[in-house]
Design a protein around this ligand. Structure first.
Ligand code: PLP
Length: 427
């Protein structure tokens, strides 16, 4: 028995399901999770001393790769000064100003501890600012586990949401309207019916949490127009895409400015951080300036701020996003050639350094088309990739991340492994 198997059994005695976040349990791929000991660059090592080329990147934050020496050194210096004070530090202003400089739509930003907190707080602010209660979200977009956002579509496409988990009161779920991603017509109908009740529309501008799906041409612009027309706020959840697709996030690429943006992952450089920001007029409604309450014992934590500042400074180096794009293109070319040669029914979907291989469904444009993927095929693919030393997110409906640490050798090895795993899927 491997140490990972032993550790998982032990963990299950003390932690629900043995993990602190469900996807880590490998249930969707019928396997046991691997317990990680350390990471370096593009590689992670498990407790059984196996080495893997990693495309999870801690679910997005590790854009520089693991244990970047410059980030580690900055953290060590901060560590000697103190880990938390619960009082203002200059570090918070430094990171806030870097976010404001990076993202045109953000005048002011508030730091929190996770992406979930960021989206929950942004919703409260949107509701407080507009005096309205309803929220529109897109089917298949994930915004963390806050009550209002852990809501599924009802049976009809424009029905009010149903709770996505026991423990979420219907009264809360009913305030969330779920519509398909990439469909402006349905959203327009929702606005016609509920326009003056909708506080905000929130979405991942490029989705990662149902697999990577790009917005159709004109979709984000259409959202901007509709929300403006009905006096609702537009919230881009860039927890995953912020500083990932471009330094200024998806909104820089698609040239659409939301009213509020939520951030996380990369801005914490691997430590727990989230943030929400937007126009000063809206952000000034947050306490203590305004009446919308939101607070946090560890918010703006000095270690997390240091990791974030150092990571963003490193991302500012010349050509960062071109390098990522080049690496991603190499993988895309290799994977697509393999898919073609083996005549596999699979679609490679990529935006920047985020990608997903969907097994089977042809063009993927929304949750419904993503859901038609063959998850059994994905499980075979995933497990073979793991055997080949490639660590992928353990679900069909996730984004894979390429980091600046992936080198040509890693990419070549991954393409060779991809061929073998696709061959196994073919049977
Ligand atoms: N929003 C998006 C787009 C995410 O991808 C995630 C997490 O994956 C979240 C919000 C929640 O962030 P966290 O897990 O830090 O609470």
């Amino acid at each position: 028995m491997s140490k990972s198997v032993d550790l998982f059994s032990e963990a299950k005695k003390f932690i629900p399901g043995g993990v602190n976040s469900p996807a880590r349990a490998f249930k969707a791929v019928n396997n046991n999770p691997i317990f990680i000991e350390r990471g370096k660059g593009s590689l992670i090592y498990d407790v059984d001393a196996n080495e893997y080329i990693d495309y999870v990147g801690s679910w997005g934050p590790m854009i520089l790769g693991y244990n970047d020496p410059i980030v580690i050194e900055a953290l060590q210096r901060q560590l000697m000064k103190g880990t938390s004070f619960g009082a203002p530090t200059e570090l918070e202003t430094t990171l806030a100003s870097m976010v404001v400089d990076a993202i045109d739509s953000i005048d002011k930003v508030r730091m929190v501890n996770s992406g979930t907190e960021a989206t929950m707080s942004a919703l409260r602010l949107a509701r407080g600012y507009t005096g309205r209660d309803k929220i529109v979200k897109m089917e298949g977009c994930y915004h963390g586990h806050g009550d209002s956002l852990l809501v599924e579509a009802g049976s009809g496409l424009t029905t009010l949401g149903i709770a996505g988990s026991p423990g979420i009161p219907d009264q809360i779920a009913n305030e969330t309207i779920v519509v398909p991603y990439n469909d402006l017509d349905i959203l327009e109908n929702v606005f016609k019916n509920y326009g003056d009740e909708i506080a905000a529309v929130i979405l991942e501008p490029v989705t990662g949490n149902m697999g990577v799906i790009a917005p159709k041409v004109g979709y984000l612009e259409g959202l901007r127009e509709l929300t403006d027309k009905y006096g609702s706020l537009l919230i881009f959840d860039e927890v995953m895409t912020g500083f990932r697709l471009a330094y200024g996030g998806a909104q820089e690429i698609y040239c659409v400015e939301p009213d509020l943006t939520t951030l996380g992952k990369i801005i914490g450089g691997g430590l727990p951080v989230g943030a929400y920001g937007g126009k000063a007029e809206i952000m000034d409604c947050v306490a203590p300036e305004g009446g919308v309450y939101q607070a946090g014992t560890l918010s703006g934590n000095p270690l997390a701020m240091t990791a974030g500042i150092t990571t963003l400074r490193l991302l500012q180096r010349a050509n960062t996003y071109d390098y990522l794009e080049q690496k991603a293109e190499i993988l895309e070319e290799g994977f697509k050639a393999n898919i073609k040669e083996l005549d596999i029914d699979a679609t490679f979907s990529r935006v920047g350094s985020m990608f997903t291989i969907f097994f089977g469904p042809g063009q993927v444009k929304d949750y419904k088309s993503a859901q038609s993927s063959n998850t059994d095929a994905f499980a075979i693919y995933f497990n073979r990739m793991l055997e080949e030393g490639i660590y992928l997110p353990p679900s069909q409906f996730e984004a894979n991340f390429i980091s600046l640490a992936h080198n040509d050798r890693d990419l070549d090895k991954t393409i060779v492994a991809n061929y073998k795993a696709l061959k196994e899927v073919k049977g």
